[in-house]
Design a protein around this ligand. Structure first.
Ligand SMILES: Cc1cc2nc3c(=O)[nH]c(=O)nc-3n(C[C@H](O)[C@H](O)[C@H](O)COP(=O)(O)OP(=O)(O)OC[C@H]3O[C@@H](n4cnc5c(N)ncnc54)[C@H](O)[C@@H]3O)c2cc1C
Length: 219
């Protein structure tokens, strides 16, 4: 049996690669797990995807990336929380989610062009079009930044949707049961005005996965 085969709740598995990649693109944070000299370590990180490669970045001295950059086995997890599921029993409480786990080897990106492309993708992951609206990394900033790549060819996805699944004999209990939907939403942009003299460009905050929720940055 493959490492990516779900044993618990296999019916919640999603094999469609496009759906798996969409979770990675929607998530603003991933959790990177590697085995360091001191033992296992899992840390939250920003990420970006270009085609079938995931990119992560950090300071050149960053511990988890330094450990990973020695061509270490790694695991990156992307979790989108869609709801809290309240059941009539404690046991049946749950969460609605879409979650992707990617396994692979972390490799340091040393080629200047690929490194630059990855850093642009990291900015674009937060807001489409943003890279052209800010200064690109200088040579010394590039040198101070470690970029690692993870090939996205071994992935699994698990997803739970829908109401609580209570036992038949619990259905008449007098407790509220249902789902509280959860979503990450952008608030109204707050402009930072620290001596900016340039005319303000009209920018739109657009996450790649939700173009209909675009907000104008200078509202
Ligand atoms: C927000 C959230 C909260 C959760 N809370 C709990 C909890 O409190 N208790 C609990 O037991 N479980 C919880 N889960 C589910 C948990 O992630 C595991 O799926 C579950 O614990 C089964 O673990 P296992 O080692 O038996 O999985 P197995 O089915 O044995 O795992 C085999 C393979 O399936 C894949 N896989 C397993 N889980 C996931 C996943 N979540 N996403 C993508 N691929 C996966 C991996 O490739 C893994 O190697 C939660 C999941 C999410 C997203």
């Amino acid at each position: 049996m493959e490492r990516t085969t779900l044993k618990r709740h296999p019916e919640r598995g999603v094999l469609d690669r496009a759906a798996q990649l969409a979770v990675i693109d929607e998530a603003l944070v991933c959790h990177l797990g590697v085995v360091t000299a001191e033992g296992p370590l899992v840390l939250p990180m920003a990420h970006a995807r270009i085609d079938d490669t995931l990119y992560l970045h950090g300071a050149i001295a960053n511990g988890i990336l330094r450990a990973g950059a020695r061509a270490n086995a790694a695991c990156a997890t992307f979790t989108l929380l869609d709801g809290l599921v309240f059941a009539r029993s404690h046991f049946a409480h749950s969460m609605n989610f879409r979650c992707v786990v990617a396994f692979g080897t972390l490799n340091e990106v040393t080629a200047r062009e690929e490194k630059q492309r990855a850093l642009v993708a990291l900015v674009e992951h937060a807001a489409r079009g943003r890279a052209a609206q800010a200064r690109a990394a200088t040579e010394s900033e590039l040198q101070a930044t470690r970029v690692v790549a993870l090939s996205l060819d071994t992935m699994s996805m698990k997803s739970r949707v829908g109401p609580p699944r209570d036992l038949e004999e619990d259905m008449r209990l007098p407790y509220w049961a249902g789902v509280i939907p959860l979503a990450t939403t952008a608030g109204a942009p707050r402009r930072e005005d620290l001596g900016a003299t340039a005319p303000e460009p009209r920018l739109r905050y657009v996450r790649p996965h939700e173009p209909d929720k675009a907000r104008t940055l200078n509202e």
